[in-house]
Design a protein around this ligand. Structure first.
Ligand code: FAD
Ligand code: NAI
Length: 463
């Protein structure tokens, strides 16, 4: 006999576990199937959380080594204890994944351990046991995109998962892909002492970012010691002893060169993960990129089967997956769940951080909308000066006719926290003038956002 639930969620990442908890809050009998030994998915186990733990530790190390002196703090003999740093990362991850286990118990969500596979439209099997549900949610996430000629062994040639586990600082790390993973994890290992070279296929880093911000970001990272080979691709990686020899070619054709490194990080994107799910048994369709196809209520082509998070189209971000999880659970209970895809922030947790929401200047231009831009540099912000973090600026874009805020882009200290105000403004349909007329505490970094809003109307005070 199959065990029956109202809702079965497959995958306990930020999409799946949040959907399961919200559905349970709404009175459904819920199970969440997870094949990993711990809950939390990519994000908590091998993504957002361990990377941020290492980013924080490596930032502390670099500050202690290079910035404390400026503040009049002299410390002799600063040393790296990488084993302790990695152990701390493990503790942070463990506390977070255990936290989800606690939340499942609190909300009476049953964790079914093992890999789920469909046996029919409303039926799955996990480790030989049958389960059925009125609603089945696919939240199986994503995995790293492989590259032909570059074989991953997670030791010399690593994905983000291996790059989070290195037990020695590489002398030279080559990062394939100048995207978010490459620049965040490249920052970790550069701060700890590695020379880092980024090979990026296109002619700019984080190609989806506002062009002006991307350019400034590259300049700042170059100043920090990053080396960039833009417009280049890696065609092969060969392990010779402990060294990896990479063949690198100009993307548009030309002479190949060889680069030697001791660790290569392959970070050229992630693909929707549905392996082993046996989607054909349920009749669920995927698109040309293997992503599960859904309508605007997250339903697949099969009634009663839904999908959310990295496994569907859209930004591969934890908070986007979470929003979808909540919206879907509310739709299933008869409420009007909704996600505003125009107000999903994205943040790169380097130093300085880079954060954005809404449209880039390039997108606004391409849409043929008349617009205004206001910018304000952190160099002119008192708090940023006090912190000694004056790199970067805030850039706001508003519609010329109505002054409605269309996009916000920040490169600078704590940009990830600062963007929240802009997300709220966009969510509420605010104008730049609304932000400009809002009182911001002094001295805070947030005053740079207010000043950029004033600059949209050419009336900033401090520049
Ligand atoms: P996932 O988190 O991938 O979870 C899917 C789960 O499903 C997995 O645990 C998997 O084991 C399980 N599963 C798969 N198939 C089955 C099956 N058949 N049966 C049972 N279980 C199954 N995003 C941010 O917003 N901020 C960040 O700072 C950030 N940092 C990142 C850093 C790195 C290094 C990486 C790799 C990603 C990062 N991301 C970040 C992206 C973020 O991790 C993903 O967007 C997010 O995890 C997607 O959530 P999800 O629930 O869709 O899928
Ligand atoms: P990405 O899509 O951010 O960047 C991949 C980069 O690789 C692109 O710039 C692309 O042009 C380049 N590229 C593609 N093929 C190439 C090739 N053959 N040679 C050289 N360059 C090539 O992907 P990434 O960094 O792997 O991250 C995957 C996803 O994980 C991100 O898109 C993001 O959604 C998520 N993530 C989010 C984080 C955050 O929110 N802070 C942190 C880390 C990951």
């Amino acid at each position: 006999m199959a065990e029956t639930f109202d809702v079965i969620v497959i995958g306990a990442g930020p999409g799946g576990y949040v959907c399961a908890i919200r559905a349970a809050q709404l009175g459904f009998k819920v199970a969440c199937v997870e094949k990993r030994a711990t809950l939390g998915g990519t994000c908590l186990n091998v993504g957002c959380i361990p990377s941020k733990a290492l980013l924080q530790s490596s930032e502390n190390f670099e500050e202690a080594k290079h910035s404390f002196k400026d503040h009049g703090i002299e410390i002799e003999g600063i040393k790296l204890d990488l084993a302790r740093m990695q152990a701390r990362k493990g503790e942070v991850v463990g506390a977070n994944t255990k936290g989800i286990e606690f939340l499942f118990k609190k909300n009476k969500v049953t964790w079914v351990k093992g890999a789920a596979k469909f046996t029919g439209a409303n039926a799955i099997e996990v480790e030989g046991k049958a389960y059925t549900a009125k609603h089945i949610v696919i939240a199986t996430g994503s995995d790293s995109v492989p590259l032909k000629g570059v074989e991953v062994d997670e030791k010399h040639v690593v994905t983000s998962t291996g790059a989070l586990e290195l037990d020695k600082v590489p002398d030279h790390m080559v990062v394939i892909g100048g995207g978010v993973i490459g620049l965040e994890l490249g920052s970790v290992w550069r701060r700890l002492g590695a020379e880092v070279t980024v090979v990026e296929f296109l002619d700019k880093i984080i190609p989806t970012m506002d062009g002006e911000i991307s350019k400034s970001f590259q300049q700042i990272l170059t100043k920090q010691g990053f080396k960039f080979k833009l417009g280049h691709k890696v065609t092969s990686a060969k392990l010779e002893g402990e060294a990896v020899k990479l063949t690198v070619e100009p993307a548009k054709g030309g002479d190949a060169e060889t680069i030697t490194s001791d660790v290569v990080l392959l970070a050229i994107g992630r693909y929707a993960y549905t392996e082993g799910l046996n989607l054909t048994a349920a009749g669920v369709e995927t698109d040309e990129r293997g992503r599960v196809k859904i309508d605007n209520h997250f339903q697949t082509n099969v009634p009663g089967v839904y999908a959310i998070g990295d496994v569907v189209a859209g930004a591969m971000l934890a908070h986007k997956a979470e929003e979808e999880g909540v919206a879907l659970a509310e739709i299933l209970s008869g409420q009007a769940g909704h996600v505003n895809y125009g107000a999903i922030p994205s943040v790169v947790y380097t130093w300085p951080e880079v954060a954005s929401v809404g449209q880039t200047e390039e997108e606004v231009k391409a849409a043929g909308v008349a617009y205004k831009v206001g910018k304000f540099p952190f160099m002119a912000n008192g708090r940023a000066r006090a912190m000694g973090c004056t790199d970067g600026f805030v850039k706001l874009i508003s519609e010329k006719e109505t002054d409605k805020l269309l996009g916000a882009h920040i490169i600078g200290p704590d940009a990830g926290a600062l963007i929240a105000e802009c997300v709220t403004a966009i969510e509420f349909g605010a104008s730049a003038e609304d932000v400009a007329r809002t009182c911001h505490a002094h001295p805070t970094l947030s005053e740079a956002v207010k000043e950029a809003a004033l600059a949209v109307d050419s009336r900033p005070i401090h520049v």
